[in-house]
Design a protein. Structure first.
Length: 497
């Protein structure tokens, strides 16, 4: 019981899997958790990223010495400095600590970065963020949460519940977990919760005891050839789970089913979903005041009545994944069910910024068509506003172009969609010439949704000032810096109240 019916799935004649990266020598002694870090010097290029800063914080908490650099001074770099790191603003070869034992680089760092060039000239060990995370995480009983959507919420939810249950887990999440005070934490237990990202096949560096796949969709098509290659890579991730471990998988996702069908018949796998054929499932689902309640089951046995404090049907699935992982990590079922509703979410996920003059302002990280649809549906259920104004900042020219038709159909639950220019990251100049925000706006209009292109955050706030009325809701949406619009508009509302 627990595996989806894969009889109708077409199995590949050859698995075509891509081998995980070769193991790398480490300055970290992996014989015991966190051993060998104390006194070692790590230089972070791109230290201000959420994942990079989380890893840096964890090394500092284990008595590692951290230096680094970032393009901008932010609250994140300030926090690192307050913890004892030395972070310089701007990238310069002179920033590199001459005594560094290793250099850690974010995925956004180009090969011509002067600090990276200097590190190579000095013969220093150089790790991508994911490689360093893998070296550290694999010292522990790792719990790695993968999937196209929901990784940060689900891994943060699990880390929070473990902490509340008295299990002092280590964790690195790709967003700030407000109730835990940040994106990372060093604990005393053998558990390590990590968000596992598929971009650049980085999650293949993780060899968890519990691996979770929430869902699999097309994304990062600037890196992957097609959806089949993405599925192949998730299969490699599953095969990297430790021999005494378990895969927790979405039992209703068709691409996840392809992964399961390619695993050995005796591979330990437990599924979650709304279908009663799944190992962990929800029944008697009801919507009350914008939030869902349901009965949680394991293998047909009632675990208890569950309640979510996070809106949206997608968070029922995320909740079931948390329950499955927590139970497999040794937590009592009744305890995890009782703790679940206490979690209030993470930074930039349907985050309530404020309510002024009967206008609600939210901020959300959604940057993929599926996420946009799920977030808008959750907003409608939770707040029931008169009108929804969605300020969506596309993230990457390549993603916008590859998923243009899907994006154009994603805003049907919004009354007005406002689109600024596309957020530039990892794109080539050629990619910038192939698509723009006006093309996306025209496509959205063709699908029957009112949309407008407005270049600049100030003019967007002007538009909101002139058009929103009491009872309306505005949500800023995207993985870039669109959150600044929510902050500025909210401040304008307060100034005029």
């Amino acid at each position: 019981m627990g595996r989806p019916n894969t009889a109708k799935l077409e199995k590949s004649e050859t698995e075509n899997r891509i081998n995980p990266p070769e193991s790398i020598d480490s300055v970290v002694n992996i014989e015991a958790p966190a051993a060998g870090i104390a006194g070692k010097r790590f230089h972070f290029i791109g230290a201000g990223g959420v994942g990079m800063s989380g890893l840096a914080q964890l090394l500092i908490k284990n008595s590692g010495l951290v230096t680094g650099s970032d393009q901008e001074q932010t609250t994140v770099t300030d926090r690192l400095c307050e913890m004892g790191a030395f972070i310089k603003i701007g990238h310069n070869a002179d920033n590199l600590d001459p005594a560094a034992d290793a250099v850690v680089i974010s995925a956004a760092i180009n090969q011509d970065n002067p600090e990276l060039i200097m590190a190579r000239e000095k013969g220093l060990k150089i790790y991508k963020y994911a490689q360093m995370l893998g070296q550290l995480c694999n010292c522990y009983d790792g719990i790695a949460v993968a999937g196209t959507h929901g990784k940060s919420t689900t891994s943060g939810w699990l880390a929070y519940c473990l902490k509340q249950a008295g299990i002092d887990a280590n964790y690195i999440i790709g967003a700030d977990v407000i109730q835990l005070g940040g994106s990372s934490g060093a604990g005393e237990s053998k558990l390590f919760v990590a968000e596992a990202c598929e971009y650049d096949r980085s999650f293949l560096n993780l060899k968890p005891k519990i691996g979770c796949i929430l869902n699999i969709e097309q994304d990062h098509l600037d890196y992957y050839k097609d959806e089949d290659e993405i599925v192949d890579t998730f299969c490699d991730f599953a095969l990297g789970i430790k021999p005494d471990g378990v895969l927790i998988a979405n039992g209703e996702d068709s691409n996840v089913a392809k992964v399961i069908s390619r695993l050995p018949a005796d591979f330990p796998c437990q599924t979650f979903g709304l279908d009663k054929d799944c190992n962990f499932y929800a029944d008697n689902i009801q919507l009350n005041d914008g939030f869902y309640t349901f009965d949680a089951y394991q293998n047909g046995k009632l675990l208890g009545p569950a309640r979510n404090s996070l809106p949206g049907t997608h968070n029922i699935l995320n909740a079931l994944a948390v329950v499955a992982m927590a139970i497999n990590a040794g937590l009592d079922p009744a305890r995890i069910i009782a703790l679940m509703p206490n979690f209030t979410g993470i930074d930039r996920r349907l985050m309530l910024k404020g309510q002024v003059r009967q206008i609600t302002v939210l901020d959300d990280y959604a940057h993929h068509p599926t996420e946009i649809r799920a977030s808008l549906a959750a907003i409608s259920q939770r707040y029931q506003p008169e009108r929804i104004f969605c300020v969506f900042q596309p993230h990457q020219y390549s993603r916008t172009r590859f998923l243009l038709n899907d994006f154009s159909e994603s805003f049907k639950l919004a009354d007005v969609t406002i689109v600024p220019e596309i957020y530039f990251v990892r794109d080539s100049q050629a990619a910038k010439k192939e698509v723009n925000s006006q093309i996306l706006v025209d496509k959205i209009r063709d699908n029957g949704t009112q949309a407008v292109f407005i270049d600049g955050f100030g003019p967007i706030c002007d538009y909101l000032n002139h058009n929103l009325k009491p009872g309306d809701l505005v949500v800023t949406m995207g993985a870039g810096d669109i959150w600044k619009v929510a902050d500025e508009y909210l401040q304008r509302l307060r100034d005029n109240s």
